[in-house]
Ligand binder design. Structure first.
Ligand code: NI
Length: 181
């Protein structure tokens, strides 16, 4: 089922998401709904707070980006209760966007690589190191679980420049390409 995407201004996007109880009723359904919602909106990542659920679940899927990033050919991950266990000192800059902040893209600097421990959709505990654009996708989504959005991490000048656009999003004075809340 396609769910509405919560857009900038919704308080749930600013909450610290709660750990998931693996016996939670409807967990697999929620994951499948999140995936469908992300795909429907042409997104490559989504976190549960973006569908209004304050839970520590993220999905990334770079398989549609293989033209630009061939290494993402099989890059699809479902992460429950992810934790960053290591991050590199070295940083990288990429342009980011977000389904909850439509029509805004900004360069963001973050650690170049991170190691994450998480539970996958088969309930297996996985420890995985990410690098390159795949790493960036994961970092962006994990930020949502802490109540952060990429626009918090851009320069002050850039933030000023997008101020007007953000106000339009906040007041819903824009035309969304997908169902929003
Ligand atoms: Ni996002």
């Amino acid at each position: 089922m396609i769910l509405p995407i919560y857009v900038y201004g919704q308080p749930v996007l600013r909450e610290i998401a709660k750990p998931v109880d693996l016996n939670m009723e409807g967990l697999d359904q929620l994951i499948s709904d999140m995936y469908e919602t992300m795909k429907n909106a042409d997104g490559v990542g989504i976190a549960a707070p973006q569908v209004g659920k304050s839970l520590r679940i993220v999905i990334v899927d770079g398989t549609d980006l293989t033209e630009d990033y061939p290494e993402l050919k099989d890059f699809k991950r479902i992460m429950i209760n992810p934790e960053i266990v290591e991050k590199s000192e070295e940083t990288a800059e990429y342009s980011e966007g977000c389904l909850s902040v439509p029509d805004i893209n900004c360069n963001v600097t973050r650690p170049k690589s991170i190691t994450v421990k998480y539970i996958n959709e088969k309930r297996e505990t996985v420890t995985e190191k990410f690098d390159g654009f795949g790493c960036r996708m994961v970092e962006h989504e994990l930020d949502h679980l802490e109540g952060h959005m990429f626009i918090d991490r851009v320069s002050q000048i850039r933030r000023k420049l997008i101020g007007g656009k953000l106000r339009k999003l906040e007041t819903r004075n824009f035309r969304p390409r997908y169902k929003i809340k």
